[in-house]
Design a protein. Sequence first.
Length: 173
Amino acid sequence: MAISRFLKIVDRVISAIPLTIVLQENVSASKSSSANASRDGKTSFGFDTVPRYLQGLFGNSRADMEASGGNSFNGKGGANASNTFSGTLTVTVDQVLANGNLHVVGEKQIAINQGTEFIRFSGVVNPRTISGSNSVPSTQVADARIEYVGNGYINEAQNMGWLQRFFLNLSPM
């Protein structure tokens, strides 16, 4: 009983200590694809004898017909993305896990001009990676979730309007 009470006190003390996450994220990705397809077809058939009333149409008593067609498709696509994230964010311990690791969460809100930017962070920190200055590089955080979102007129300008989305989904091109 005394041990569990002691562990609860330790959990509360650890949870009250702020921890600085040093954001050092550098992520880039690229993807490309291409596809080629073609098909050609040809068919022919003939009649050795044509009924007399159709001979004027074919010009003689024998009829040969031929049909051919083909189609081809070439397509290419690609995408590139690169994100760099640096800075610091102070988080708090949300939970001490059974293995001793710390689940941390934190948020920073920054007002810029007529908008607000939010940086949200959560993840699992191994206490052995905490430096003497009580900080941890984000690259050492397991299951890290970093979210950078904003609101305001700049963020609204980056989003397509509902009428544009409607016509984009309707258009076959």
